[in-house]
Design a binder for this molecule. Structure first.
Ligand SMILES: Nc1nc2c(c(=O)[nH]1)N[C@H]1C(S)=C(S)[C@@H](COP(=O)(O)O)O[C@H]1N2
Ligand SMILES: [Mo]
Length: 224
């Protein structure tokens, strides 16, 4: 058995006791690693990928599309994003399955800044996020997207976001569980209703607030 397969099985064993059956089924495709790192066992990232691999996009070729219900649809390069006003802070990263990593450093552009540049049209209600993995999607309401700690992040853990962590650019939604922080961000579409993302279609709450957080909730009836 290869190291990759072995690590996956360990990760699944851990997940089996902490998640409901609906979610458990498709986590069979997630890859768990993390014996690298100097962090204590309980304080390390588990690397997730729905597809079982990482879409590799060079820093030079990376593009982020902002489109949908906006006045000015735009495609940004990584340099474009790095030239914008940056926001940086530290926060505990928390997966809904229970693991946490304290004091993770993040740096990137506020999502609200990109929305201001694009000019959100009347009738817009939510955002849909797409990934270069072709599998993960996520959603935020427009109100949630304007929170100052929602970042289009190009640095994590004090360095450029690594490929396994979703680099060159991932989303970071500080006040929500990890599954909202979509990796390998390819597109941000402004839409007229909440489109529940991949993890939500498989059982996680659309509003992924961390325990104790509160904030704007989903205006769409029937979605929690
Ligand atoms: N594209 C993509 N983004 C993703 C995921 C994924 O499988 N694919 N997993 C999510 C989940 S459940 C968590 S907890 C975090 C984990 O981030 P990490 O892989 O950097 O540890 O990524 C989130 N973003
Ligand atoms: Mo997660």
């Amino acid at each position: 058995m290869g190291r990759r397969a072995f690590l996956s099985i360990i990760a699944l064993g851990a997940l089996g006791v902490t998640v409901g059956s609906k979610v458990q089924n498709f986590l069979g495709n997630s890859v768990g690693t993390g014996f690298g790192g100097l962090l204590p066992f309980g304080d390390r990232f588990r690397i997730y990928s729905i597809t079982g691999n990482y879409p590799s996009i060079s820093r030079r070729k990376y593009r982020l599309e902002v489109t949908g219900l906006v006045e000015r649809p735009t495609v940004y390069t990584l340099s474009d994003l790095e030239a914008m006003p940056a926001t940086a802070f530290k926060k505990t990263f928390q997966c809904v399955t229970g693991w946490k990593v304290p004091d993770v450093e993040w740096r990137g552009v506020q999502l609200s800044h990109l929305l201001d540049l694009a000019g959100v049209k009347p009738g817009a209600v939510a955002l849909t996020f797409e990934s270069y993995d072709g599998a993960d999607t996520e959603s935020l309401t427009l109100d949630q997207a304007h929170l100052p700690d929602v970042l289009v992040a190009y640095e994590m853990l004090g360095a450029p976001v690594t490929l396994e962590h979703g680099g060159p650019v991932r989303l970071y939604v500080a006040q929500m569980f990890g599954y909202k922080s979509l990796k390998w961000l390819s597109a941000i579409r402004v839409v007229d209703r909440v489109e529940p993302g991949y993890w939500e279609q498989n059982g996680y709450p659309v509003n992924g607030w961390l325990d104790g957080s509160t904030g704007p909730t989903n205006p769409t009836p029937g979605l929690t």
